[in-house]
Design a binder for this molecule. Structure first.
Ligand code: MOS
Length: 740
């Protein structure tokens, strides 16, 4: 019998393709006669284009065409039918070349098409644009007073009980605090790019960097009024995205527009600088009031967040609702408002809302622990929420207590001297901090296909995305295990609109939802195989029910009687068929699921060393204990979590898109000045996966790991810095100047 592949640390099945350069990304496709686009970006943040002089640029060698709002072909997007295909926001998404108006700095204002990339880039520098400058508003902190309630909140706020001011009384311990996060940009390794192949019948093959090929296809079909059948979008490999691929980016529009006009293959790629010209993690200001009785029981939580958005749309994320979920508390008051600025609409970025909201809550809990003079972990255990309090329902599973216990033990938390500045290593101050992480375990509909061939190979496919998350690998493992085939006989396919329907990949819902769909498809295939095996007159399976059939080693067995078996390929042989396939559409069991709250949890413990002479912080140890249901692959799961932890460290200490309010633009728009952690910033990190069984969350019992690694991590770092130095820095990132 073969080993069960699920739960084994299988290396990425797409790894060899990636490390040998065989895996092709959107900008790496080449076609005969292909031309290149280079985007000209606005130098002003607000105003109007008075005129564009392209004469000089058109004369430059190799230039074929220059597009702008002046000569943009008349498109279907001018119709009112234009809509966004991601989770819709209120307002209208940015439409490239739609008007002469400038809505944000670095807005794409022209596209130069030339025979080579270098020619296009040079000619772009010759495009002369005169702007009529208007006064822009980009200063978030100065405009906190101009906030409004979002016209559509994707995560409606929930309050319960009495207001904090009413319930916190004289004898209670009260904390009022505020936290500020500024902008961050996704910055995946691969820049956003689109290569379009134009076919003679007017159909298109589009290689786009996206987390959802169908989303990209539907957008393009809408905008250019093309039949969906005429556009095939492929994105088999994505060099990271972190949410930046959830919405079609403007280069996709531009590449397709030019290909349709020129009837030639076109490639348009953004530069690293232009990667700062679209969605980002919004700047967020948060105020928290916590009230606790002297025995450390939370009496009230008030959490108010103000975030920025664009003038075009109300972008919303779940910043404050975690405060009503994470701890036992009868009185919770939340609010969430938006300040519109002259910038691009923010965009989901790894753990959108949770990364910022839980940061503020978990730092506030640390502050409260010091006010109450108790251990920060103890405070969390005293206020542990056994049930979900909005609706008073149980959790589908919640092993957070085990996360606290195992994480604390591994870290050695009990040896902590609670006194700030009490622990030293040579001339460095040592700090230990901890925080809780939480993320929602969503389950979304997915279609999947499986196809068994006469040579014993199985293909498993769905149009989902693997943007570095390991989807190919867990698809392979799941199908291999369920059909009882070696992983080497299974091929996973994804990232192609020709495959079975799947939604965007994001929100940590892909692993659980896609593998549940694969399970449904495999169940279908098993039933078909059994039915065919019963056909032979002397079949020993005649009376076998589907649940009594077992699949292993390429055979179908009778459960408990492995002598009675048939080779799967023999079933196909006797049918004289080369392939047998099954399709499934897997939907969440909403009636069952809504009786439970479904969340992923973690506990993260961090040690920092602070050199007070220099103000430098070094994270020297991290332990993260995660409860995320079934772990399909401990190796790729570990990678997801350490990736999230690195993000948390970056968020705490490095990442910062600096807005120059004088010009209304991000000044550090490159990876030299937008700091992300490098190897020297990252210590050994311990990741513990706590056992957690869950029958509710989805048929596979998998909760997903894309987000949970980052949630709470920055708070644990900040809390460790407080413990080391006695300084509570409430604005991220915590840079050395704040610690001197
Ligand atoms: Mo993630 S921010 O849902 O790609």
């Amino acid at each position: 019998m073969q080993d069960n592949p699920i739960g084994k640390p299988l290396s990425r099945v797409d790894g060899p393709l990636k490390v040998t350069g065989e895996a092709k990304y959107a900008a790496e496709y080449h076609f005969p006669g292909m031309v290149y686009g280079y985007i000209v970006s606005s130098k002003i943040a607000k105003g109007k284009i008075q005129f564009i002089d392209t004469a000089k640029a058109m004369e430059a060698e190799g230039v074929i065409a220059i597009y702008s709002h002046e000569n943009v072909p008349k498109l279907a997007r001018l119709d009112l039918s234009y809509k966004d295909h991601d989770a819709p926001l209120s307002g209208k998404p940015f439409r490239p070349f739609y008007t002469d108006k400038i809505l944000f700095s670095q807005q794409p204002v022209a596209l130069v098409i030339a025979e080579t990339f270098e020619q296009a880039r040079y000619a772009a520098s010759l495009v002369q644009i005169r702007y009529l400058v208007a006064k822009h508003t980009t200063n978030f902190e100065e405009n906190l007073g101009n906030s409004h309630k979002p016209s559509l909140n994707r995560f409606p706020i929930k309050s319960r009980g009495k207001k904090a001011d009413k319930i916190i009384s004289e004898g209670d311990v009260r904390l009022d605090t505020e936290y500020l996060h500024m902008y961050e940009h996704h910055n995946p390794m691969e820049m956003h790019a689109t290569t379009v192949q134009y076919h003679d019948d007017g159909s298109l093959t589009v290689y786009d960097k996206t987390q959802g090929v169908l989303n990209s296809r539907n957008y393009l079909a809408d905008v250019f009024k093309l039949s969906k059948k005429k556009i095939r979008v492929l994105s088999p490999f994505v060099g990271g995205a972190f949410g930046s691929g959830l919405r079609p980016q403007y280069q996709a529009f531009m590449a397709v527009m030019a290909a349709l006009q020129l009837k030639r293959p076109v490639k348009v790629s953004l530069t690293r600088q232009q990667m700062f010209s679209f969605g980002h993690r919004p700047a967020t200001h948060q105020r928290l009031t916590l009230g606790a009785s002297p025995n450390a029981q939370l009496k009230a939580i008030k959490h108010v967040a103000i975030a920025e958005t664009s003038q075009l749309e109300d972008y919303t994320e779940n910043v404050v609702n975690w405060s009503g979920t994470l701890y036992q508390c009868n009185n919770v008051e939340t609010n969430y408002r938006l300040v519109p600025l002259d910038i691009y609409t923010p965009l989901d970025m790894r753990a959108p809302g949770g990364a910022t909201g839980v940061h503020a809550l978990e730092c506030a809990m640390d502050e409260l622990a010091y006010k109450l003079n108790i251990d920060p972990l103890e405070l969390r255990l005293i206020n542990y929420a056994e049930r979900f309090q909005d609706g008073d329902i149980p959790f589908s599973s919640k092993e957070l207590k085990e996360c606290y216990r195992q994480g604390a033990e591994k870290f050695g938390w009990s040896r902590r001297n609670p006194e700030p500045r009490s622990m030293k290593d040579d001339n460095q101050l040592v700090g230990w901090g901890m925080a809780t992480g939480i993320w929602e375990a969503f389950h979304v509909p997915v279609r999947a296909h499986v196809k068994l061939s006469i040579d014993g190979k199985l293909s498993v496919s769905t149009a989902t995305s693997d943007f570095g998350t390991g989807t190919y690998t867990i698809m392979t493992q799941t199908a291999a295990q369920l059909m009882g085939l070696p992983v080497t006989d299974v091929e996973a396919k994804l990232g192609d609109t020709n495959l079975a329907w799947a939604p965007l990949s994001g929100g940590s819902f892909t692993a659980g939802s896609v593998t549940s769909a694969i399970k449904a498809a495999c169940d279908g295939l098993k039933k078909k195989l059994l039915k065919l095996a019963k056909k032979a007159s002397n079949s020993p399976f005649k009376k076998l029910k589907p649940e009594q059939a077992e699949f292993n080693d390429g055979y179908m067995y009778v459960t408990g009687n492995p002598e009675i078996r048939i080779k799967l390929t023999d079933i196909l042989q006797s049918e004289k068929t080369n392939t047998l396939e099954a399709k499934a559409f897997s939907l969440p069991n909403v009636l069952k699921q809504r009786k439970y709250a479904r969340y992923t949890h973690s506990a993260v413990f961090v040690e920092v060393k602070v050199d007070e002479d220099l103000g430098t912080v070094h994270v020297s140890r991290v332990v993260s204990a995660v409860a995320a249901g079934k772990i399909l692959n401990p190796k790729t799961a570990h990678s997801q979590i350490i990736g999230g932890l690195v993000w948390g460290i970056g968020m705490a200490l490095h990442e910062d898109s600096v807005m120059d309010n004088q010009f209304g633009r991000f000044v550090n728009h490159n990876l030299a000045e937008y700091h992300i952690p490098v190897n020297a910033d990252i210590p050994e990190m311990d990741v513990i996966f706590v056992n957690e069984h869950d029958d509710i969350v989805n048929p596979m019992g998998v909760k997903g790991l894309g987000e949970i690694g980052v949630v709470g991590t920055a708070a644990a770092v900040a809390n460790a810095i407080f413990h080391a130095t006695g300084k509570r820095v409430k604005k991220l990132p915590i840079t050395l100047d704040t610690l001197l």
